[in-house]
Design a protein around this ligand. Structure first.
Ligand SMILES: [Zn+2]
Ligand SMILES: [Zn+2]
Length: 106
């Protein structure tokens, strides 16, 4: 499938959890945050098994509350890192994330 640009990884075709071929892409900030994550490239490659199943819930990133929370934290950190690389200070990037996404996961 055609992957979008990612500011998180240079390997969007590889599953971020197991290094196998990624059939899907996962927006680290998903749900209502997904449209912005899409624009911002907060995306990683993921295999179907680790994305939405059909295996055990603890093996996939969705429907697993701890994995979903860590996904959002990782997405925020990636976004802030990118903002700092663009010239913001760390506190400025936190505030800018809060403004853009409406909340902080950290
Ligand atoms: Zn995988
Ligand atoms: Zn996903």
């Amino acid at each position: 499938m055609k992957k979008q640009k990612s500011i998180v990884t240079e390997y969007p075709d590889i599953c971020c959890l197991c290094n196998r071929i990624a059939e899907a892409e996962h927006h680290l900030l998903f749900g209502s945050f997904r449209p912005l994550a899409d624009k911002d490239g907060i995306i990683v490659g993921i295999c179907n098994e680790h994305h939405t199943g059909p295996g055990r819930v603890q093996d996939r990133i969705h429907d697993n509350p701890a994995a979903e929370s860590l996904s959002k934290i990782a997405g925020q950190l990636a976004w802030e890192k990118h903002a700092v690389a663009g010239g913001m200070t760390e506190p400025e990037s936190r505030e800018a994330f809060r403004k853009r996404y409406g909340k902080s996961f950290l």
